[in-house]
Structure formats: C-alpha cells, structure tokens
Design a protein around this ligand. Sequence first.
Ligand code: S3P
Length: 166
Amino acid sequence: QARKLFDYNIVMIGFMGAGKSTVAEYLSTMFAMEVVEMDQEIVKEEGMSIPDIFATYGEEYFRNCETELLKKMQSRKNVLISCGGGVVLRECNVEHMKKNGRVVLLTASPEEVYERVKDSDDRPVLAGRKNVKGIAELMEARREKYEAAADIIVNTDHKTVLQVCE
Ligand code: S3P
C-alpha cells in the first residue's frame, strides 16, 4: 500500500465565502486525499439542513456537533478538512484541529464575500446582516481568532482556484 502523502491533516478555515470548500475539493483531487466537508458531514449525521438545525436545536447544538466531529478527526491523517466558518469561535476546536493538522486560513474582502454568498440562503448567521457592512463587522469580530488559529494565510481576492491551491 502506498504511503500516505501527509502524516497530518490539512484544515481549511476562514469566513463564509472565503472559498474553503472549493479549494479543499480541488486540493483533494490534486493530492488524491480524502476530503471531509464538516458542514455536509453534520447535515448527513443530523438528517437536516444547517438552517433547520439552527432553527430546531439552536446554534449551540450545531457548535457541539462541530466540536464532536473535530475531536473524531484528531485520530485521522492525510485528510483535507473543510471547516464551517464559525469553527474558530471555540478555543477547544482550535486545539483539536491543531493536534493533528496544519491550519490554512483563506481570506477574502467583505465585498468579495458578499458577491459569493449573496444568492444563497443556507447561512443562518448571516440573517439580517447579508450586506457588505454586516459582513465586514462580523469578519472583524472574528479576525483575531482566525489569525491566531492559522499556520498559513492565503488571500483569495481576484485569484483563480488554481492560484489559491498553488
Ligand atoms: C457558519 C458558517 C457556515 C456553517 C454555519 C455557521 C459561521 O459554514 O458552518 O452556517 O458561523 O460562520 P461556511 O463557512 O462553509 O459557510
């Protein structure tokens, strides 16, 4: 059996619309790595959409799902993990991902994020703030946490997916 490429996981973090899922998908193909899309995994496990999980059980419940999943991923290697944008809100999550992963932060300007998220309705934390100003404020409130968790920071503004992957 071929040796695994990485003896750790690559963990993508960043604000909603920063490109985590897209970049993780491409990288997983380039490196023939398994990809775990945390939001999708939670949706599968819970059998309902993210807005439904938030509406039915509340945000705290969703955050607990994230923490449980990250804990599980600590024992894995060579997996590309694409996190939900709020994963850095809990310090214990950052500890779990750092245990066995190199953390890549993708960034994008509020204007760019707005363009990428404006047509989708599946992000409950953007309810009531889906405009450039609201996005900029939430991004700024989280910025320190994202930067503290990151091993590498890649800005995605005006870049192709391939450029970001490289
Ligand atoms: C969230 C981001 C979402 C999803 C949930 C909460 C956040 O993931 O986990 O709606 O708090 O930033 P994406 O970053 O993939 O949109």
